[in-house]
Design a protein around this ligand. Structure first.
Ligand code: ATP
Ligand code: MG
Ligand code: MG
Ligand code: MG
Length: 481
């Protein structure tokens, strides 16, 4: 089954069960200041789940474009390291708004996986929220799943949110049950218990039983009605169906890789099996992920900027460019790969076709600016790293990280990744204090206006999040535009 068939089978299945098929909302949230990017299928239904809105349907299904690169759900650092986290992915989902509850949602999910997708039951495992006995009984008695394949996880009282899903620090949340797939049964019998290897037992579907609205002080207030919110990762399910153990080894990424081969002057029909094992495969993987995120976000109206969402995108683009540089690109290339994304997804998401060309132009300008500084920045980094190594040290100074950021537009997290690759860490304290000083002296000025070739940096106001505080805080302190 191809990813395209998977999308349509999913929607058809739930349509047969009286669900209204609703199109994906944009990855740039339209009216929710608590979110940097759309991180789940339920975002567009938040008000329905909270009981603040009603529509002429109580069951819905969709395929949602998601970005997890900021805020509560941030997978940026996993990309290219494990085979299952992407910053852009699609989420297949079905919902009940005060309609059906645990029994039906579990029954349909199981039916879809076993009878539509024909997954092998012996490779499926289930987790549930620790004291959800009702859920345990449904799985073991009605779905006939062996009790040792059902694991109780999470304890919200002690802050362990495993199997208790929340959209963000506030908003709808509730206990969940998740379905996992064993990618490597050939590795022998497995004891499914806390601390199981989730590279092997890969989570594919989350069924959330929405019961609470979490307010600012963390209090869980019962919702007026009980709802269901599910999310089945399309990319991960495509991986399972293709009998792969890495999402990047699916046909979803082939057009992107082929474009990269062509642009690099390689054989476009390069043997993929050998390619997946190549030492520099992760450079390709990171680019492939990041170009999808940037393309979808810019097509949905986001702009590169020096704060908030636009800054996250700027960092993602710069990471992609720097991996491109590893592969030998000496100038803008990402906008050409973006065109492949538009082409590959234009049928499913026609909005890409409408804005793709303009988005490509924005991406080209942005990467051009960074390329201008990239070589000089990389030189500075190499010199600094070599010096640290020759002194037998393992820490890059705050001064160097600061210089790279202020002069060459290297976001500190990019420098951190490059340092990590050389087995080095960063003196964050040193960096932070230099940055603070810099902010104080330049307050009110156009901070980066004349930083060599960096381009259209905007004036930062006090309290915006240009200081690297990690993505979680970035979201909390940033005014989203
Ligand atoms: P994980 O534990 O693997 O990080 P999650 O528990 O954060 O996943 P959910 O929030 O439950 O994920 O999202 C529902 C489904 O969306 C997951 O079961 C998975 O199939 C898919 N998914 C989540 N994050 C990603 C990602 N970064 N890349 C690809 N698919 C994802
Ligand atoms: Mg996650
Ligand atoms: Mg999980
Ligand atoms: Mg989950």
């Amino acid at each position: 089954m191809t990813p395209n068939e998977l999308r349509s089978r999913f929607l058809a299945f739930f349509e047969e069960h009286d669900h209204r098929v609703v199109p994906s909302s944009p990855v740039v949230p339209q009216a929710d200041p608590t979110l940097l990017f759309t991180n789940a299928g339920m975002n567009q239904f938040k008000d329905l789940l909270l009981g603040n809105e009603t529509r002429d349907y109580t069951r819905a299904a969709s395929v949602q474009k998601c970005v997890r690169a900021g805020g509560k759900h941030n997978d940026l650092d996993e990309v290219g390291k494990d085979g299952r986290h992407l910053t852009f992915f699609e989420m297949l989902g079905n919902w009940s708004f005060g309609d059906y509850y645990k029994r039906e949602s579990i029954k349909w999910a199981w039916d879809f996986l076993l009878n539509e997708l024909k997954l092998d039951k012996d490779r499926l495992y289930v987790t549930i929220y620790k004291d959800d006995d009702e859920c345990f009984d449904i799985w073991t008695q009605e779905m006939d799943v062996a009790p040792e394949r059902v694991l109780r996880l999470g304890d919200i009282e002690v802050g362990d949110e495993e199997n208790f899903w929340s959209m963000g620090p506030t908003g709808p949340c509730g206990p969940c049950t998740e379905i996992h797939y064993d990618l490597h049964p050939e590795q022998g019998p497995l004891e499914f218990k806390e601390g199981y290897d989730d590279d092997r037992i890969n989570e594919i579907w989350n069924l959330v039983f929405m019961e609470f609205n979490r307010d600012e002080d963390g209090t869980l207030n019962p919702l007026p009605m009980k709802s269901v919110d599910t999310g089945l990762g399309l990319d991960r399910t495509a991986m399972v169906l293709a009998e792969r153990d890495n999402v990047f080894h699916t046909e979803l990424f082939t057009p992107i890789f082929k474009t990269l081969f062509e642009l690099l002057g390689d054989d476009a029909d390069r043997d993929l099996e050998a390619f997946y094992k190549a030492a520099n495969f992760s450079d390709y993987a990171v680019i492939a992920d990041h170009v999808r995120t940037v393309t979808f976000a810019i097509c949905d109206g986001a702009k590169f900027a020096n704060d908030g969402r636009g800054y996250v995108l700027r960092r993602i683009l710069r990471r992609a460019v720097r991996h491109g540089r590893n592969l030998g690109f000496g100038g803008p290339f990402l906008h050409k790969v973006a065109a492949t994304v538009v082409e590959a997804y234009g049928e499913v998401y026609p909005e890409l076709r409408a804005t793709g060309q303009e988005a490509g132009e924005l991406i080209r300008l942005e990467e051009e600016r960074f390329f201008r500084n990239l070589d000089r920045g990389l030189e500075l980094f190499e010199d600094a790293a070599a010096r640290v190594e020759s002194e037998g040290q393992k820490t890059l100074s705050g001064e160097e990280v600061f210089q790279l950021h202020a002069t060459f537009g290297f976001p500190p997290d990019l420098t951190e990744i490059m340092a990590e690759e050389r087995g080095m860490s960063i003196d964050w304290e040193g960096y932070e204090s230099l940055w603070k000083e810099h902010q104080e002296t330049s307050r009110g000025k156009d901070m980066y206006a004349d930083a060599a070739g960096v381009g259209d940096w905007v004036t930062l106001e006090e309290g915006t999040a240009d200081t690297f505080v990690g993505y979680d805080q970035l979201e909390a302190t940033t005014t989203v535009r």
